[in-house]
Write a protein that binds this ligand. Structure first.
Ligand code: ADP
Ligand code: MG
Length: 627
């Protein structure tokens, strides 16, 4: 059956007056909000002039929590109520958290079952979504104060590797903060947009993002105005904090601070280290002044060369994922067009130098690397809010793997093929297989292969209450809809009776990029075999259908519409089909079906006549001719 495109949601209505829209970079270390004013995208400062909001929330009993710099100072004194890096917990289950959580000093509430773990604070048990919402509320307020009105909508960025659950959690946090999410945008894509790469030539771009605690590398391909993430890799425990730590350790050595003292002072020392590190991005030397509570004092200097020696091994660690993404995407350095730097740590001259050496290209650094993601998000938000004249291209993402449905014989019918731009909705009609069938299972599949066994099962649901009809009479329309954030919902409706059922494919079904890559490779590798298997399965299903229908016909009408000899001939062919059906040869099955069709033709014609006569019985011919 042909694919029908029924609607194309997400098309914005006619442009209004200027709508207030903003882009938000909800970062692990720092968050920002940006907007387009007079055609220019810029990040918005707080009243003190700070653009970066540290992603830290400090909870106080019976009071509104403090956010950002105000919260940061409590990290040492009230660690259990001062929540930082909450992004690491978004959309993760207790099992994931156990690995990450050991590095996070919070009081997790251990509750079995699904969902994100809660954190116990003086303000009660809080979910990562609630904590993130506090950061978003703060940015919303900042934007509305500075723009002088309510925001129509926002674009929020997420790492490219975020799965459905993590994306959904981010959206939930936004809703909780009273924000309307126009869409979620991948961070590397936002950075590429900020540099206007989407307006430029088609090509392949590398986004190198080194933040406070994480490193992400993404390879994007721009094709026909659509960015596709070809590969991502990274290190979720590598970033500016690690630079601070090696500097702090060096200082302790220099200052002869004993190792046991180290534990109690590490945070303070790391703060001093960070200031020095940031100074050294623009100056040649930085002075270090340690003055600890227990009376310990030390003064010294750190120069850029010494710094480079300390951090080179860490920068080197980012090169392995760079190599891996290239390999995963099947690319060489020559294929790369542009390299974009993202994240506060790429302000360091040494990082820029090493990345330039590796990719053999001067990376883009003109836009502040810690603001570039928010700026790209603001540009997207401006377009999505309808502030751009028609014709301005809307940046679109594509679905990485085909979405399909299980059909008879364990086959997968693709409903939305891979690389379709989103948002999209597609519908396809199906029918019942058996007479009197009153329910149908809709099994939603993801992948490129032909068999259910080789694809990934997303979920299944049932359409019940189909009125009993003969096989093939019901018309069940199944609609797949993927919204702009990549979230899938599926509905099924029996068109004659109007009964329907739907499901939102629950988050937590996300695929890692490695899985996607593997599934694509397999689909190419097995393409030929798959076609053969599909043919075979289709013939087997058709054989079953013919056999079932014939048996039913013989049961009802065989005794009075078939001569004995005919009955014998049909039975011989029927047995033959039953036997051949189990073979592995689609052609022979097809032939056996045709032969059975041939010997049953007369019987079918007689049944048709008979049913017409039955229908006319007791009514005059006049009655019919009037119609
Ligand atoms: P995230 O994306 O993880 O939220 P950011 O992109 O804001 O984080 O990066 C924060 C990191 O950038 C911190 O480790 C900070 O010390 C570092 N950083 C910020 N400015 C500079 C600078 N001028 N030189 C070196 N590192 C910097
Ligand atoms: Mg970031």
């Amino acid at each position: 059956m042909a694919l029908l495109q029924i609607t194309e949601p997400g098309k914005t209505a006619a442009p209004h007056y200027h709508n207030l829209a903003a882009g938000i970079d909800l970062g692990t270390t720092n968050s920002l909000v940006a907007t387009v004013r007079s055609g220019l995208a810029e990040t918005l400062p707080d009243i003190k002039g700070h653009h970066l909001l540290p992603s830290i929330v400090h909870y106080v009993k019976n009071e509104t929590p403090q956010i950002g710099t105000a919260a940061k100072q409590y990290a040492h004194t009230d660690p259990l109520n001062t929540i930082a890096s909450v992004k690491r917990l978004m959309g993760r289950g207790l099992k994931d958290i156990k690995t990450i959580g050991t590095r996070l000093p919070y009081d997790f509430v251990e509750k079995e079952g699904q969902g994100m773990p809660m954190i116990r604070t003086v303000a009660g048990e809080l979910s990562p979504v609630q904590i993130s919402a506090e950061i978003l509320k703060n940015l919303k307020q900042r934007a509305e104060d500075s723009l002088g009105g309510a925001l129509t909508g926002v674009v929020i960025t997420v790492p490219a590797y975020f799965d459905d659950a993590q994306r959904q959690a981010t959206k939930d946090a936004a809703i909780l903060a009273g924000l309307k999410v126009l869409r979620l945008l991948n961070e590397p894509t936002a950075a590429a947009v900020a540099y206007g790469l989407d307006q430029g030539a088609e090509g392949i771009h590398v986004i190198y993002d080194l933040g406070g605690g994480t490193f992400d590398i993404s390879i994007l391909r721009l094709q026909r105005g659509v960015f596709e993430v070809l590969a991502t890799a990274g290190n979720s425990a590598l970033g500016g904090d690690d630079f601070d730590r090696v500097i702090a350790q060096w200082m302790m050595q220099e200052a002869n601070i004993a190792n046991d003292a180290q534990q109690s002072h590490i945070r303070e020392l790391m703060d001093i280290a960070r200031t020095a590190k940031e100074t050294l991005s623009t100056q040649d030397t930085a002075s270090l002044n340690i003055q600890l509570a227990d009376g310990l004092q030390w003064h010294g200097t750190l120069n850029r060369e010494q710094l480079n020696t300390l951090i080179d091994p860490l920068i080197q660690k980012t090169m392995m994922p760079c190599r891996r993404t290239l390999r995963d995407a099947g690319l060489t350095l020559d294929d790369i067009n542009e390299v974009v730097m993202v994240g506060g740590s790429t302000r360091m001259p040494r990082v820029r130098e090493k990345v330039g050496d590796f990719f053999k290209r001067t990376p883009h650094v003109n836009i502040d690397p810690d603001k570039v993601v928010a700026i790209g998000a603001a540009i997207q938000a401006d377009i999505l809010a309808g502030n751009k004249p028609d014709g301005e291209m809307l940046l679109l993402d594509v679905i990485p793997l085909s979405l399909g449905i299980e059909t008879m014989g364990g086959l997968v019918e693709k409903i939305i093929p891979r690389n379709t731009t989103i948002p999209v909705a597609r519908a396809q009609d199906f029918t019942t297989f058996k007479d009197g069938q009153i329910a149908m299972t809709i099994h939603i599949m993801q992948g490129e292969r032909e068999l259910v066994l080789d694809c990934r099962s997303l979920t299944r649901f049932e359409l019940r209450g189909i009125p009993p009809m003969v096989a093939g009479a019901a018309r069940i329309r199944v609609t797949y809809q993927v919204d702009a954030d990549g979230l899938l919902s599926v509905s099924a409706k029996e068109e004659i009776s109007g009964i329907h059922s739907d499901i939102i494919v629950k988050p937590s079904y996300g695929l890692q990029d490695n899985d996607i890559e593997q599934m694509l490779k397999d689909s190419l590798k097995y393409a030929k075999e798959d076609v053969i298997t599909r043919n075979l399965r289709e013939q087997q299903v058709e054989a079953d259908r013919v056999i079932n229908a014939l048996r039913a016909a013989i049961t009802t009408d065989g005794h009075h519409l078939l001569k004995h000899q005919e009955f014998v001939t049909i039975n011989i062919k029927l047995d033959e089909l039953l036997r051949i059906k189990e073979s592995k040869d689609a052609k022979s099955i097809k032939k056996a079906i045709e032969q059975l069709d041939e010997v049953t033709q007369d019987f079918a014609a007689r049944r048709m006549d008979y049913s017409i006569r039955q229908a006319m019985q007791g009514r005059s011919v006049d009655e019919f001719s009037e119609n």
